[in-house]
Design a protein around this ligand. Structure first.
Ligand SMILES: NC(=O)c1ccc[n+]([C@@H]2O[C@H](COP(=O)([O-])OP(=O)(O)OC[C@H]3O[C@@H](n4cnc5c(N)ncnc54)[C@H](O)[C@@H]3O)[C@@H](O)[C@H]2O)c1
Ligand SMILES: [Zn+2]
Ligand SMILES: [Zn+2]
Length: 368
């Protein structure tokens, strides 16, 4: 079929919205009609050329929500008409990692996904016979996408997709960091560094887990206000005294849980230093620049602090994204404040501009 899609033609240049060809879903694959898609930093990072593993031409986009149109041979977990959220982090339910509760890093299709292929090593996207590669296994800056069944979360049909699509990446990453990676316990103190989509999600996750005190740190007053709306009990405008302030606020000890959601290694270091002696757990969710390293004084670890990394919040996508969306539908998570701009597919580059200006939390592309 022919469809419109935003193609990354050249790094550092605007995406080009154009007609491309999308082939039928093969065995184990599903054709999804997109209704909404968030614009995330990872899309912009790849478009800029800064991502060393990037490639072109490809169709970007990974925060998609849509409706199943057609299924390939052998697909049993979704059917035409189902509402789905796309998963850049799939869940095959069979590999060593899927069978272990300690990780969400499914091994089933990693290698081919990283190359921009569907699991059989080919692409469904093309233009005049020339192959166009998929991005993160999702390519949702497009009217339709073909994806493996194991990378689709079937969600409650009541959920509006303009909100549900945010659970495809940033929001679930933050919620999950608190709920599934750190497993925040009731009555504890948490500190969240960064109040973007990921950090605000972590604030909400800490609240859902029953944390007593949730401190959010950011440079922007506007974002700190949003953090209060998600359940932060204290906010602090980041400066060179951030760690000392946190120590003072916690009787000199530091917090039970800290979360880093900025992607800055110096902030990761602050998050480690703000975790308390004995059992403080620092969860790192931000993605640092290539080659950057995190400095930790070993004494901090010997005296009981621990550091964990969290990819997609440790969320096992097909099982847990629907559960998170049910909590949203139950009124436990307030998603509307994150949706700052509604744009069309043709305005996708405006979504990048708004992000660069730190204007709002998320722009969402609406298809109709
Ligand atoms: N682990 C994953 O699977 C995953 C998924 C999505 C995004 N990410 C990463 O998470 C990070 C956050 O993503 P986002 O979409 O929320 O980004 P964002 O840019 O919207 O938010 C980052 C926030 O950090 C704040 N900040 C900057 N310097 C700070 C400082 N010194 N102290 C405290 N706050 C500071 C900024 O003001 C901003 O509000 C990025 O690195 C992103 O790549 C990781
Ligand atoms: Zn993302
Ligand atoms: Zn798996």
């Amino acid at each position: 079929m022919r469809m419109r899609a935003a193609v990354l033609e050249e790094f550092g240049q605007p995406l080009v919205v154009q007609e491309v060809e999308l082939a039928e879903p093969k065995a184990g694959e599903v054709l999804v009609r997109l209704e909404a898609c968030g614009v995330c930093h990872t899309d912009m990072y790849t478009a800029s050329g800064a991502d060393p593993s990037g490639y072109s031409p490809c169709v970007l986009g990974h925060e998609g929500g849509g409706i199943v149109e057609k299924v390939g041979q052998g697909v049993t977990s979704v059917a035409p008409g189902d509402k789905v959220v796309t998963l850049f982090s799939p869940q095959c339910r069979e590999c060593e990692h899927c069978l272990d509760p300690r990780t969400n890093l499914c091994m089933a299709i990693r290698a081919e996904q990283n190359l921009g292929h569907l699991p059989d090593g080919s692409t469904r996207l093309s233009r005049d016979g020339e192959e166009i590669r998929h991005f993160m296994g999702t390519s949702t800056f497009a009217e339709y996408t073909v994806m493996p069944e194991i990378a689709l979360a079937k969600i409650n049909p009541e959920a509006p997709l303009e909100h549900a699509c945010l659970f495809a990446c940033g929001l679930s990453t933050g919620l999950g960091a608190a709920m599934y990676t750190a497993k925040v316990e009731e009555g504890t103190t948490c500190v969240v560094f960064g109040a973007g989509m990921v950090g605000l999600g972590a604030v909400a996750g800490a609240r859902l887990q029953g944390a007593e005190r949730i401190i959010c740190v950011d440079l922007s007053d506007e974002r700190l206000d949003l953090a209060r709306g998600q359940g932060a009990t204290d906010v602090y405008k980041a400066d060179e005294n951030t760690v000392q302030w946190i120590l003072d606020e916690t009787g000199g000890m530091g917090a039970d849980y800290t979360f880093e959601a900025t992607g800055l290694v110096n902030v990761m270091q602050e998050a480690v230093e703000s975790a308390r002696m004995g059992w403080g757990l620092c969860t790192v969710a931000g993605v640092a620049g290539k080659g950057e390293t995190l400095d930790i004084v070993p004494r901090l670890l010997i005296t009981g602090r621990r550091v964990a990394g969290s990819s997609f919040g440790g969320v096992k996508g097909r099982d847990q994204v629907p559960e998170l969306i049910d909590r949203y539908l139950a009124g436990d998570i307030d998603v509307e404040p994150f949706l700052s701009h509604r744009i069309t597919l043709d305005e996708v580059n405006k979504g990048f501009d708004l992000m660069e200006e730190h204007n709002g939390i998320r722009s969402v592309i609406e298809f109709n």
